[in-house]
Design a protein around this ligand. Structure first.
Ligand SMILES: Cc1ncc(COP(=O)(O)O)c(C=O)c1O
Length: 454
C-alpha cells in the first residue's frame, strides 16, 4: 500500500483520515470487517459520501439570451414562438443546413485520403488564407504584402477571446470601448481576457437609430491608443449600422486618435445579402494602411453554428510584425485549446476555394438575407394594418438578424405570458425566427402590448 495512505491510520490522524484509511484497506482486501457506517457518515469537508465539496456553490443565473430558449422549451403551448435565439429558421420554422454545406460534407466523406490528424495550432492554412480574402477582399494590398496574420478560432466568440487575450498580453492599452448596447457576451469575453471594458454611446432610443453625435463624443474623449470594438455590420442587438459617410467619419476620428479597431464580423452577407457590401466598414479601415483586428464567424452566413468555425485576422503595418504577432498568437492558443477542430474549417475551405460552390453559397446566403428583409416588411405592414400606435418604420430601417423593437421589459413579459412569444427582455426579436404564418401572431401581440401595457 502507498505509504501516505497507510500513515492515515496512525493514532494522530483525524477521524476522516481514519475512515478513508479503512476504506482503502477494505478496497485492497487488507481489512474484511470495515465499518461501512463510518464511511457513510463522513464529515462534510471530506467530500466523500458526505456533503459535496462544492455544496457552497451558488446557482448561476441562466445566460440572458440562451435562457430564453430554456424558458421556451418548458412552455407546453402549441403556438409558442421563439424569437430570442439568433439562428436562422426556414419559412416552416425549421433550422437550415445549406445545400452547399451538405455537398461539401459529402465531398469530405467521399475523400478517403482525408485523415483526422491534429491541425496546427493556428488551424487549417487554406481556410485561414481564404477567410482573410473573404473579409478583406481578394485584391487587398494588406494580403498581397503579407501584412495579415490569420488564425482559425472557435467561431466568432473564440476569435474575440483569442484577440482579446493577445491584446491584454502585448498591447500597451488595456481599455476596450464597446458600444452601448452590444451583444451580451462582449463585456464578459473582454473582461475575462484581462481587458478593462468601457462603453461608448451608440443607440438613440428616441429615434431608434444611431446616436452618432454621442458616439463621436465618446470616442473623441477616449484615451489615445484605446481599443474600440466595432460591429462590422448588422449591429446586434439594435440592427442599426452607421452609413458609409458616418463610417468614414468614425475612421478619421479613430485614426487621428490612434484608437485600435477590433471588428466583430458575425454577419457578413447576412445583413444586405452581399458579402462585399457587408465587409465595407472593415475594408475602409484596412485601405488606409493602418492596423486592426477582425473576428469572423461562419455561424450565421454558412449556418455552421455548432461547428464553431471562425477566424481572427490581425492586420499589421509590416510583414515581419505580422509574422511575430502570429508566433505570439500560438502561445495564446496552445494552452487554451491546443488547436482548433478540422471538420467545419474543411467545409468552409471547400466552399470558398471552388468558384461554383462559392457562387452557390452566395445564392443561398442571399435567399436567407432576403427572407429576413421580407419579414421586416411583413411585420411593418401588419402593424400599420392594425393601427398600432407608434412609428414602426425602424423595423424596415434596421438591418440584419435582429429588430430592436423598443418594447419595454413589462411589454415583453406580457407578450410571453399572453401570446407565448419569447424574446430577450430588452425587446430584441430575431427576424430570422419569423414566418408568413407567425407574423400576424406577433403583430397581434405587439398591438396588445403597446395598447394595454404602459
Ligand atoms: C455580435 C456578435 N458577435 C459574435 C457572435 C458570436 O457568435 P459565434 O461564436 O456563434 O460565432 C454573435 C452571435 O450571436 C454576435 O451576435
Amino acid at each position: 500500500m502507498h505509504p501516505q495512505l497507510t500513515s492515515a491510520s496512525s493514532s494522530t490522524s483525524s477521524p476522516s483520515d481514519r475512515r478513508l484509511s479503512a476504506l482503502v484497506r477494505h478496497l485492497t482486501g487488507s481489512s474484511p470487517e470495515i465499518d461501512s457506517q463510518s464511511i457513510l457518515s463522513a464529515s462534510p469537508t471530506s467530500g466523500f459520501h458526505g456533503d459535496s465539496v462544492f455544496s457552497h456553490i451558488v446557482r448561476a443565473p441562466e445566460d440572458p439570451i440562451l435562457g430564453v430558449t430554456v424558458a421556451y422549451n418548458k412552455d407546453p403551448s402549441p403556438v409558442k414562438l421563439n424569437l430570442g435565439v439568433g439562428a436562422y429558421r426556414t419559412e416552416e420554422g425549421k433550422p437550415l443546413v445549406l445545400n452547399v454545406v451538405r455537398k461539401a460534407e459529402q465531398m469530405l466523406v467521399n475523400d478517403r485520403s482525408r485523415v483526422k490528424e491534429y491541425l496546427p495550432i493556428v488551424g487549417l492554412a487554406e481556410f485561414n488564407k481564404l477567410s482573410a480574402k473573404l473579409i478583406l477582399g481578394a485584391e487587398s494590398p494588406a494580403i498581397r504584402e503579407n501584412r495579415v496574420t490569420t488564425v482559425q478560432c472557435l467561431s466568432g466568440t473564440g476569435s474575440l477571446r483569442v484577440g482579446a487575450e493577445f491584446l491584454a498580453k502585448h498591447y500597451h492599452q488595456r481599455t476596450i470601448y464597446i458600444p452601448h448596447p452590444t451583444w451580451g457576451n462582449h463585456p464578459k469575453v473582454f473582461t475575462l481576457a484581462g481587458l478593462s471594458v468601457k462603453t461608448y454611446r451608440y443607440y438613440n432610443p428616441v429615434t431608434r437609430g444611431l446616436n452618432f453625435q454621442g458616439l463621436l463624443e465618446d470616442l473623441g474623449s477616449a484615451p489615445s491608443g484605446a481599443i474600440v470594438l466595432l460591429h462590422a455590420c448588422a449591429h446586434n442587438p439594435t440592427g442599426v449600422d452607421p452609413t458609409f459617410q458616418q463610417w468614414e467619419q468614425i475612421r478619421q476620428l479613430m485614426r487621428s486618435k490612434c484608437l485600435l479597431p477590433f471588428f466583430d464580423s458575425a454577419y457578413q452577407g447576412f445583413a444586405s445579402g452581399s458579402l462585399d457590401a457587408d465587409a465595407q466598414s472593415v475594408r475602409m479601415f484596412v485601405a488606409d494602411g493602418g492596423e486592426c483586428l477582425v473576428a469572423q464567424s461562419y455561424a450565421k452566413n454558412m449556418g455552421l453554428y455548432g461547428e464553431r468555425v471562425g477566424a481572427l485576422s490581425i492586420v499589421c503595418r509590416a510583414a515581419d510584425v505580422a509574422s511575430k504577432v502570429e508566433s505570439q498568437l500560438k502561445l495564446v492558443i496552445r494552452p487554451m485549446y491546443s488547436n482548433p477542430p478540422i471538420h467545419g474549417a474543411s467545409i468552409v475551405a471547400i466552399i470558398l476555394k471552388d468558384r461554383n460552390m462559392y457562387n452557390e453559397w452566395t445564392i443561398e446566403l442571399k435567399e436567407m438575407a432576403d427572407r429576413i428583409i421580407s419579414m421586416r416588411q411583413q411585420l411593418f405592414d401588419a402593424l400599420r394594418a392594425r393601427g398600432t400606435p407608434g412609428d414602426w418604420s425602424h423595423i424596415i430601417k434596421q438591418i440584419g438578424m435582429f429588430t430592436f423593437t423598443g418594447l419595454n421589459k413589462e411589454q415583453v413579459a406580457f407578450m410571453t405570458k399572453e401570446y407565448h412569444i419569447y424574446m430577450t427582455s430588452d425587446g430584441r426579436i430575431s427576424m430570422a425566427g419569423l414566418s408568413l404564418k407567425t407574423v400576424p401572431q406577433l403583430a397581434d401581440a405587439i398591438h396588445a402590448a403597446v395598447t394595454r401595457v404602459v
